[in-house]
Design a protein around this ligand. Structure first.
Ligand SMILES: [Zn+2]
Length: 186
């Protein structure tokens, strides 16, 4: 017990010394400058976020959305979730478990959806499609037909998604047949 008490005394003594050193350090110009700059950086980051959010909100507000049903393999929610292939507004962010950890663009989406998640304005293409693929198809349509209107673009998009999904189905079907054949061989 005596040893332990002595050890405690030593620790307390050492703590006191460290406190004194810290106090001296806080008074140094460099450290003062460091805290000043950290605070400034924090403020700038907040302003940057606010400005970015403002730009994105305006973009989402002004977009005549074309929604597709984003069916990703990792869709654990087992429900239809939509994303706009024009402005990139992705409703999957709404289901995130930790919104504060979202990166800047997804965070802006999350906050935007908070005010209008059920907004279904625009065109809805109720066909399952990977989001990145849907966006890439739309980009290609726009490149090939720069003056195309949304309605016509969505018709092209539907046809493209339909073709891709059909191909995927027949690929799956083929895989199943192949699997069955290999099983039969056993
Ligand atoms: Zn949009």
């Amino acid at each position: 017990m005596k040893d332990v008490k002595k050890e405690l005394e030593n620790v307390e003594e050492e703590k006191k010394l460290v406190d004194e050193q810290l106090e001296l350090l806080f008074k140094s110009e460099d450290v003062k400058k460091y805290f000043e700059l950290t605070a400034k950086q924090h403020k700038l980051r907040n302003t940057e976020n606010e400005l970015f959010k403002k730009i994105k909100f305006e973009e989402y507000d002004n977009c005549n959305h074309i929604w597709i049903n984003i069916s990703e393999d990792n869709n654990v929610l087992n429900k239809k979730i939509y994303g706009c292939i024009k402005c990139g507004l992705d409703k999957r962010v709404w289901y995130t478990s930790s919104p504060t950890r979202l990166e800047i663009e997804k965070r802006a989406m999350y906050e935007y959806l908070r005010s209008c998640y059920y907004n279904k304005d625009g065109i809805q293409i109720d066909m399952p499609c990977e989001f990145e693929l849907g966006k890439a198809i739309y980009k290609r349509i726009i490149e090939t037909h720069p003056d195309i209107d949304d309605k016509t673009a969505s018709i092209y998009l539907r046809a493209a998604i339909h073709n891709i999904n059909e191909k995927n189905i027949s690929k799956k079907r083929n895989n199943k047949i192949l699997k069955r054949l290999s099983l039969n061989q056993k």
